[in-house]
Design a binder for this molecule. Structure first.
Ligand code: F6R
Length: 243
């Protein structure tokens, strides 16, 4: 595993944007696995800046997002589809038909997940998967205790995740109780993984994931077994790792 420790969130974002840019420049037809949440926002901003300068071309890139809430329409303020449009896709020259996010309104969420797995397979798999990590070590919506061997599937959100995401909704009651997420197996099938972590509130999760046992209790710990992981974390997130 390659580890880059940065001074702060901004530097983390820039480093991650560098890694993603290199991927797109070296392979313009890359399949990128993308994440939402507060962590990658700065990276998307940086990529947009470089795109506007003419340094990046996303016209042949394909994307597949990690997850989506069950029950939210694509235009809902808090849907992950909308997040991706607002924070990234609307600002670059990506072909909308090449961007994939599970459909939160699918009548049959389990069937939607099976279809999503097919989409990923037909694209030839993910070249670079971007990940953030929850304070409980979750990646995607794979919560502690979930099985490691699943591809995209429907999950019930834990109380701690509902709590953490409540800040984005007008009330806690509005936070969806279920999501569709690429599973740990889907994530591990990506050729390369870029995990971004920022902030002291993630320091325990970073320590547990990378110095503890590989266990479903800490979903990100599985990354210890992936052959090509790059961790880009700021000092605060790394503050509990031994020097
Ligand atoms: C987002 C996702 C989640 C987040 C994680 C961290 O697509 O899959 O696993 O990466 O919850 O969220 P933030 O970045 O908001 O701390």
């Amino acid at each position: 595993m390659k580890i880059y420790v940065t001074e702060d969130y901004q530097a983390m974002s820039r480093k991650a944007a560098n890694i993603l840019s290199a991927q797109v420049i070296l392979k313009p037809t890359s399949v990128l696995g993308l994440a939402t949440g507060s962590t990658p926002v700065g990276m998307y901003k940086q990529l947009i800046t470089w795109y506007e300068k003419g340094d990046l071309d996303f016209s042949q890139v394909k994307t597949v997002n990690l997850d989506e809430y069950v029950g939210l329409e694509p235009t809902h303020e808090q849907s992950y589809r909308r997040f991706m449009q607002v924070n990234f896709f609307d600002h670059i020259n990506i072909n909308p038909a090449n961007t994939n996010v599970p459909d939160g309104l699918a009548a049959d969420p389990a069937g939607e997940c099976a279809w999503y797995n097919e989409v990923i397979r037909k694209m030839g798999g993910v070249d670079l998967q971007v990940l953030g990590m929850g304070r409980n070590g979750h990646i995607g919506f794979n919560e502690p205790g979930n099985a490691f061997e699943l591809e995209t599937h429907v999950v019930d959100l834990t109380e701690s995740t509902i709590e953490a995401n409540a800040r984005f909704f007008s009330s806690r009651d509005e936070v969806p109780r279920q999501a569709m997420t690429m599973g740990i197996k889907s994530i591990m099938m990506a050729r390369k993984i870029l995990l971004m972590v920022s902030g002291e509130d993630k320091a325990d999760a970073v320590k547990a994931a990378f110095t503890g046992p590989v266990t479903p209790q800490v979903p990100a710990s599985i990354l210890q077994l992936h052959p090509y992981v790059t961790l880009v974390a700021d000092k605060a997130a790394m503050s509990k790792m031994e020097a």
